[in-house]
Design a protein around this ligand. Sequence first.
Ligand SMILES: CSC[C@H]1O[C@H](OP(=O)(O)O)[C@H](O)[C@@H]1O
Length: 369
Amino acid sequence: MTLEAIRYSPGSLQILDQLQLPEHCHYEALSSVQQASEAIRAMKVRGAPAIALVGCLSLAMELRAGAGGPGLAALVAFVRDQLRLLVAARPTAVNMARAARDLGQVAAQEAEREGATEETVRERVIRFAEDMLEKDLKDNRSIGDLGARHLLEQTNPRGGKVTVLTHCNTGALATAGYGTALGVIRSLHEMGRLEHTFCTETRPYNQGARLTAFELVYEQIPATLITDSMAAAAMAHQGVSAVVVGADRVVANGDTANKIGTYQLAIVAKHHGVPFYVAAPSSSCDLHLETGKEIVIEERPSQELTDLNGVRIAAQGIRVWNPAFDVTPHELITGGIITELGVFAPEELRGALSASVFSEGQTLDSPWV
Ligand SMILES: CSC[C@H]1O[C@H](OP(=O)(O)O)[C@H](O)[C@@H]1O
């Protein structure tokens, strides 16, 4: 069994407080959108898919408790207002914005249905949010298996094992379970084809050292922790077969926003001829944006860089730049973009996804919320 970032049953939502990992496994109960928004902003829960799941399930909790209304129009307006609050919590990952658009559509469409009541609107939205959990887990298993098979074909035709380098945390702690890039590593391990994993510590939040290392040790997957600055040397001397990272937003031309440090990994991988993969569900793809230049990059508080476990490690008075993400140009994504629908070259993405990413009646430029 993998670790659970989210524990949900009708009427109960808990998140594993990832600020306390790996020392303490503390689950925090959430019962409102405001609480979820604050937990997401504080990065108690993080990871593009997990952010969307916790946000939507917190709205389900409120609706199950009878929030919103009275009247259908007021209820739909309430749903949309709550979703906007969640989308505003962290701007770079697209998953929450996509889920907000979809949930808003579900509420509005049900409210317009002949015979609709407040109860049926609440039920439709709750069910959509709950179904997201199972879909994410199913998508991640597809991403893991499709990515593992593609990576093996591209890097190791002789049937041996491969060594993969990954960045940040893209595992069970960033999703409903199994993970995206870490899902590929899990699938390689299950196939008996994983020689070793290198995980970068991923300063300044240390998702790699605190979360990915925790998941890999927990499941006894062979892995070595390295600093972000060791990645080039690892690719030069440690037999790295491929780099696989996650994504917060993949745009139409394949440019990808992901955790800060991803861009330089892609440059180093290119230099060493190491295939560079992005693993992400289609819900992390945003065909509304043409290139990565349009992606809003979140900047986090300077204390997250200057302090470590509440102790200041940087000189007082120094200025800080702390972007949480960077953008990797599509031409550096040489292995491909691994989704639950298949593995695509960046130039194939738009055609492959545009027919399937948008729900009925959505167009390429449908507004998010
Ligand atoms: C499958 S998680 C995708 C993505 O989210 C992480 O960012 P954060 O920890 O700030 O939420 C990281 O960029 C992962 O690659």
